[in-house]
Every structure is written in C-alpha cells, then in structure tokens.
Ligand binder design. Structure first.
Ligand code: GLC
Ligand code: MG
Length: 686
C-alpha cells in the first residue's frame, strides 16, 4: 500500500480491509476528537482524520500505518500529551542526574594522587651511594638502595641534577641536558634506574634548570660567537670591559651578575655563578628548546620535575638599576642579594605564563592512567608569601602542583611552640583554597635543621613534618637524624663557600650514613669520599637504626605508616589547639571517622605541662600512641596535665564522634574539592 498527495487529498491506491479500524472509529476515537471542541487546530486535524477515516474505514491506526495518517493520529491529545510528558520527564531526569553527579563530585574528598600520599625524598646524587668507589655517588648507587625507600614507605624520589656538567655548581650548571654526566653513569644507567624504580612502584622526579646553563653548553658557545640562530639565547648587553657592570644587579653567590666575554665583546648576565649564564627566556626559540627538553625526559618516562630557581627566569628588558635596601650605602659596597630589592631580576611578568606552558606540556603526558606528571617549583620568596602562592596557579589554570614551602627551614631561628605555629600558619592561611600544602625541613642548600635547631629537636621535627596536612619532603639522611659536618677552608668544595666558608653548603652534603663500616657504607672500595663522613656515623646510620625500634628511623617509618594508613592525616581537618613558648599542639580529625589524633610537640628549652582542659571536644583522659621518647608510649595523661620534655613530640589517639572543627572554624583547615577541579580540568585546554 502507498499514499501520494493529490491536491491536499490522500488517495488509497490499494485497499486493505481492516475491521479493527472501523471498530475503533465506531468506538468514538476519531469522532470524539472532532466533536470534543478542544480548539480549532485539533478540530481541523480531526476533520482531516475523519475524511481519511471515512474513506478508509477498515485501516487500523497502528498496523502498517502510512505516514500521513500516522501523523494525524499522533497529533491527537491522547497520544501527544503522554508523549510530551514523557519527553519532559526524560529531560528533567537527565538534568537531575547531571546535577547530582556534579554535587557528589564537588562534595567528595579529593582524589589523592601519588604525590599527595607519599613523602618526597630528595637524593643528592653525589652523596647518596657510590657504586664504583670513586668517592662520588652515582646512579647505580641509587639503584642499589631502592629498598631503603620501600622500607620507609616512600614512593617518590627527587634526584638533584645528574646531567652532563663541569660541576662548578655540582650539576646545577648543565652542559648537556640530554646526557648523563660520566661521574654519575650513563644514559643506560639512568634508563635501568627508571625501570627498576617503576617496577618497585617508585616515582622519579628530575631536577630541571630552566634559568641557566653552564658556560660550556653548546648554546653559549654559539651565542658568544654570534651564531645567527643562537646569538640571542642569553642575556647580552654592551659594557665597558674595564668596568663590566652595566647596572647594579648582583649574583645570588655575591658580586656583580655581569661578566665581560672577550669573544663576543659584551657582558652576559648570570644570576648565579659566572659559569652559569642566564638564558634569555624572552626569546621564543629558547622557550621552545626548554619545552623540547622537558618532552625529552617525559618521553623517557620520568614522573615529574622540580623546577629550579624559577623566580629568576625573566629579567626586566630595560636593565635599570635595582633600588638599594639602604639607599645611603655606597654603590661599590652593594655586593649581596640582600643589598637590593629585586624588582627587575625576579618574579617578572610573563614568568607564570611560561611555567603554565611547561605544565601544559606535562599535562599532555599525564593523560594515561597512573601517568600523572608532577611539578614542584623552587622559589625562595622569603616572607613575600603571596609571591610564592602564585606558583599554585589559579582555580582554572594549573601551574605547579605545589611550590616548595621553605618556611619551616626558619624553625631554628626561634625554637618555640608559637614560632612553629607561626611558620605553619604562614602557609596555611595564605594558601589558595582547593590547593595542597607541603613542608620542607631540609635540602642541599640549607644547613641541616637538626644541627641548627639542635639535635634534641630532630625527632619532633620529623613528627611534625609527617603529621601536618600535605606532602612532606625529606632530604636524604633526615630519616636517621644526620647532622652537618664541619668543613675547614681547605676542604671546601662548594663554590658558594670558596669566598666565605660560612656560606658553604658542603656541611649538609656529606655522604649518606648506611652502616658502621668504612665510609659509613657510602662506598667500600676506597678511602676516598668527596666530602668527609660525619663522625657520628657508627651510631647514626640506617643499619643500626633499623634494628632499634626506638630509633629516629623507626619512628620515621612508624609516623609515615600512620600518615598513609589513617585517613584523618591524609585528608582530614587540621586544627590548631594551642601554641605557647614551648608547645605547639594541633589535631587531625575527619568527619564520620571515630579515631582522631592530637599532636603535642615541645619545641621549647625545658619541660612543659600543657593544660587542654578548656578544649571540651577532647576526652578527659588521653593515651599516648607514640612519643619521640619511647618511654612515654602508651602513657595516659589527664588533658589538664600533658607533660612533655624539651624536644618531645606526642601523637595521641582518641575516639569520639564529637568534632572540634565545627566549633572552631577559624582554627581549622581541610583540603578542598580537588576532584571537582580535576573534573573541570578538561576545560583548561579550551
Ligand atoms: C637552586 C639550587 C641551588 C643552585 C641554584 C642555581 O637554588 O637549589 O643548589 O645553586 O639553584 O642553580
Ligand atoms: Mg634568568
């Protein structure tokens, strides 16, 4: 059967007898519709339908219905209304489902990635483990010691630079970013190390130095000979060879940041050593080179970068003098970074855009599951907290996962409870919402905190590091309480210490103390180590401390275990409870989770009794889960009399559903909505 239009009329070319249809019409369906008087359009439809129905009374409305008749039927109220109801129901349900999904994601706790969960461990490769006995640590040495990280439940290892380098700044002066220095091994050693680390579930974070290269880098040699491609790869300016100071800018290592180059007949800028010329990152070709290098290592499978000295990446193009801190100081005495306000050599406009570009490259390599590439930035902005926080990016534009938080390095300035709280709060109260905190208590640039604060605080500092919210960073040796070595002028290796031994960074770079054998097990084949081993190595070493349940190492392991297994530590609320001359006390709790934790840490000079009876959310009796003084483990205190010795830290576990944070919102922080931001992350690219 088929219909064709004929002057608005329908003709049936072939008739099919169908009594069912007649019944339906008789039953009143078509006739009722036309006589029900529900509007002209419907009447017209009904009339048409009647016309068709009159002519073809035997055709059922549902069996083999031709299109036009079907349309006539379907526009009738009895079909149309349910259909429209159904349609809107589906639309509403879909919208409701989307809304519920977004709400659930927005309200759910953050998705924790590997770098949220594990501490970051910094390996200074010269000093970690020497596999070939030449006195300097190497990549094979690191590979031999991977189980140390597993023993401690540490899954992320940042290795300071091992690129080919003349070693003027021990690897932070890179001659070839695509090669491994022979001192540390070769590319195959690197690849084997990476495979082995990944097999063991460990992540490898590279150090990356975007601000400068070595003066032996190929680019610099081509730049000083004015090769057309490379001539603007560095920051060059005309200057008087007899007085090569085109302006008053100073290097971080002291004296002018300009050096005259005989070959080119101009001065070049170096914010660090003269052997570390600053790259001209205003040149898009240089930025592209950096991106290519980042991609090179991402291709190899590294899991992230620690971006070195980022605030120095751009300088003001006008090269004007920076203002002096003391305007009356004779200009020739302006020689250190502290003499100037660095308005033109640090944190210049464009810096964050560039880091975001690097981040976007890393994001391209982060799409596969389990392949997130992590970025941490290094920038000492001292108390200009807002500048540091900018490296977090904005809610919609990602930059680093976190900028290193160096504030705890200032703890030795004033070991006291309130100072510890002040330093912690400097970060917590300034961090943009939705971001993740982190804590550093030592690195290759700063004296070991155990030496500057005092050995008695070593355990307490580790306890704080591992119980604060966010990612802890541990510099090699801190897990066993290693201290600075003493360095005489003749032993100085660090260029920063060549002029002034007190500025040398060698004391905190001594060989890792593995055991009580020769050279602390750093190497076994020679008597030579590039820096002396600390004399305490026979007791302060991994092997001895592994056997001692009360050692610094065992406590580190316990606290890191607790941190990773107990949700309140990973994603719970963090609330200040008290701080005074001696004690810093805070708690960690999670909604709906019965177990909560109270930390009481004595950073003072003597014993202290802390009265927390005013804190009604705490039970009256508090049992110590762990004390840095093992004799006090399991001790029970009345909350009005919690006793601690100088340098003692307590972790107290208590059970209650009464939460502290609802009553004290101004004292509390919680990590926020990371999942939601991840979800909209997909929009970043648009
Ligand atoms: C960073 C490094 C430091 C190095 C400097 C220059 O601050 O941590 O060791 O000397 O950059 O690259
Ligand atoms: Mg620079």
């Amino acid at each position: 059967m088929s219909f064709r239009k004929n002057s608005g009329q329908m003709e049936l070319e072939e008739t099919i007898r169908n009594p069912g249809y007649k019944d339906a019409v008789d039953g009143g369906s078509a006739a009722d519709a036309s006589s029900s008087g529900t509007g002209e359009r419907r009447d017209a439809t009904a009339v048409k339908l009647d016309a068709a129905a009159d002519e073809y009374t035997q055709v059922k409305p549902y069996a083999g219905m031709p299109k036009e008749v079907l349309l006539l039927h379907s526009s009738r109220a009895r079909y149309r209304v349910p259909r429209e109801i159904l349609f809107w129901l589906i639309v509403c349900c879909t919208l409701a489902l989307v809304a519920v999904t977004i709400t659930i994601i927005a309200l759910s706790p953050p998705c924790l990635r590997w770098w949220h969960i594990t501490p970051v461990y910094q390996v200074y490769p010269r000093s970690f483990k020497d596999s070939d006995g030449d006195g300097v640590g190497d990549l094979k040495g690191i590979k031999e010691k991977l189980d140390h990280f597993l023993d401690l439940n540490i899954k992320a290892v940042w290795i300071s630079p091992f690129y080919r380098s003349p070693m003027k700044d021990f690897g932070y002066d890179v001659e070839d970013f695509r090669d491994v220095d022979p001192l540390f091994g070769n590319m195959q050693d690197f690849e084997e190390l990476l495979v082995e680390m990944h097999n063991k579930g460990l992540k490898l974070i590279m150090d990356f130095i975007p601000n400068h290269t070595s003066d032996r880098h190929r680019w610099f040699n081509l730049s000083r000979t004015r090769d057309p491609q490379y001539k603007d790869y560095y920051v060059w300016t005309d200057c008087d060879p007899a007085f090569p100071k085109p302006n008053n800018w100073v290097s971080i290592f002291g004296n002018s940041s300009w050096t005259y180059d005989e070959v080119r007949g101009q001065c070049y800028l170096h914010q660090f050593l003269k052997e570390q010329p600053d790259l001209n990152l205003r040149n898009p070709d240089v930025v592209q080179e950096i991106i290519d290098l980042i991609s090179f290592w991402l291709e190899k499978g590294v899991d992230g970068f620690r971006m070195d000295a980022v605030k120095h990446m751009l300088e003001a193009a006008h090269l004007r003098d920076e203002p002096q801190v003391d305007p009356d100081k004779p200009p020739e005495l302006v020689t250190t970074e502290w003499d100037l306000y660095h308005d033109y050599t640090t944190s210049q406009v464009g810096l964050h855009d560039m880091l975001r570009e690097f981040r976007a490259v890393m994001d391209d390599y982060s799409r596969e599951p389990g392949r997130y590439r992590f970025m941490v930035t290094e920038s000492y902005d001292y108390e200009e907290v807002d500048k540091t926080m900018m490296y977090y990016g904005t809610p919609l534009i990602k930059e680093s996962d976190f900028p290193f938080n160096f504030y705890l390095l200032d703890l030795p300035q004033n070991t006291s409870g309130w100072w510890a709280k002040h330093l912690v709060d400097l970060w917590m109260s300034n961090m943009p919402s939705g971001k993740w905190p982190n804590w550093v208590v030592g690195n290759h640039d700063r004296p070991r905190i155990g030496s500057s604060a005092g050995r008695i605080y070593v355990r307490a500092i580790n306890l704080m590091l591992l119980t604060l919210p966010g990612t802890p960073t541990t510099y090699y040796g801190e897990e066993i309480g290693m201290e600075n070595i003493n360095i005489t002028q003749s032993q100085v290796q660090d260029p920063a210490g060549k002029y002034n031994v007190s500025l040398s960074r060698d004391p905190q770079r001594s060989p890792m103390q593995w055991n009580s054998e020769k050279n602390a097990g750093f190497n076994t084949q020679t008597n030579n180590t590039w820096l002396p081993v600390h004399p305490s190595y026979e007791t302060v070493n991994v092997e001895v401390q592994n056997k001692d349940e009360g050692s610094v190492l065992s406590q580190y392991r316990f606290l890191n275990g607790l941190r990773q297994s107990e949700l309140p530590f990973l994603r719970g609320w963090f609330c200040y409870v008290l701080s005074d001359t001696n004690v810093f006390s805070y708690l960690r709790e999670l909604d709906g989770h019965k177990e909560a934790y109270l930390m009481v840490i004595n950073f003072g000079r003597g014993p202290s009794t802390t009265d927390l009876s005013a804190v009604k959310e705490l039970p009256d009796e508090l049992r110590v889960l762990m004390s840095t003084n093992t004799a006090n483990n399991q001790k029970v205190f009345q909350k009005s009399r919690i006793q601690t010795e100088a340098g003692e830290g307590l972790v107290i576990r208590y059970s209650t559903y009464t939460r502290f944070h609802p009553n004290h919102p101004a004292q509390c922080y919680v990590s926020e909505k990371a999942c939601y931001l991840e979800t909209v992350g997909i929009l970043y690219k648009c």
